[in-house]
Ligand binder design. Structure first.
Ligand code: SF4
Length: 196
């Protein structure tokens, strides 16, 4: 309040007075705000997604304008809680409510990067290069460290020198497929931020 200028003070109190007077006259701001929201999102494309931040995995609705196929850069313009989602019923915590800023943050990593041993620099690589490299390293480590039998001669078929960390925002189906791929290779070290 101490930083507020005289002009800002009158602007704020004036707006509050108009708002409360309209309320007294029966013009509740709720429906008007809902209409503004509807108007803003009228031409937007709506998709469902999951907040990526924490293991609560709240459902979100994302709205975008534009279409690359039509020569207009696609852009996410609004994100809000999904009222139909059983976890959060439309609510979001402050972190989730700020998701739009994260999406548009200039420092958000949107491509794979590689840092060579001993180097202090990251270099951009393609997704194909990244996946090839991960596959090669996985195979080399498994070939070198897979344990078929334990000291007692019992079959164990385990590989414990590599681990996998999965994201809690993944769907049941993605979780199922991830286990289907990793478990048959003997991988036991598997964790998830949601501990599921
Ligand atoms: S909105 Fe908040 S509570 Fe929900 S998943 Fe995102 S960070 Fe977690």
């Amino acid at each position: 309040m101490t930083d507020m200028t005289r002009r800002q003070f009158f602007k704020l109190t004036g707006a509050t007075l108009v708002g409360s007077s309209l309320g007294l006259l029966g013009f509740a701001p709720g429906p008007a705000l809902a209409e503004v929201r509807q108007f803003k999102l009228l031409r937007a494309t709506e998709i469902r997604n999951t907040c990526p931040y924490c293991s609560v995995a709240c459902g979100i609705l994302m709205y975008s304008l534009g279409d690359r196929a039509k020569n207009a850069e696609a852009n996410i313009i609004h994100i809000e809680g999904d009222p139909d989602h059983p976890v959060n019923r439309g609510t979001l915590c402050p972190k989730g409510a700020g998701l739009l800023d994260m999406v548009h943050s200039k420092s958000r990593l949107t491509h794979p990067e590689y840092r060579a041993p001993g180097s202090d620099k990251w270099q951009r690589i393609s997704w194909d290069d990244a996946l090839d490299r991960i596959s090669r390293l996985l195979k080399a480590d498994r070939d070198a460290n897979f344990v078929a039998k334990n000291a007692e001669g019992q079959t164990v078929n385990r590989w414990i020198t590599t681990g996998m960390l999965a994201a809690s925002g993944a769907t049941n189906e993605v979780g199922y497929l991830t286990h289907k791929v990793m478990r048959p290779m003997g991988l036991l070290v598997f964790d998830n931020q949601a501990r599921v």
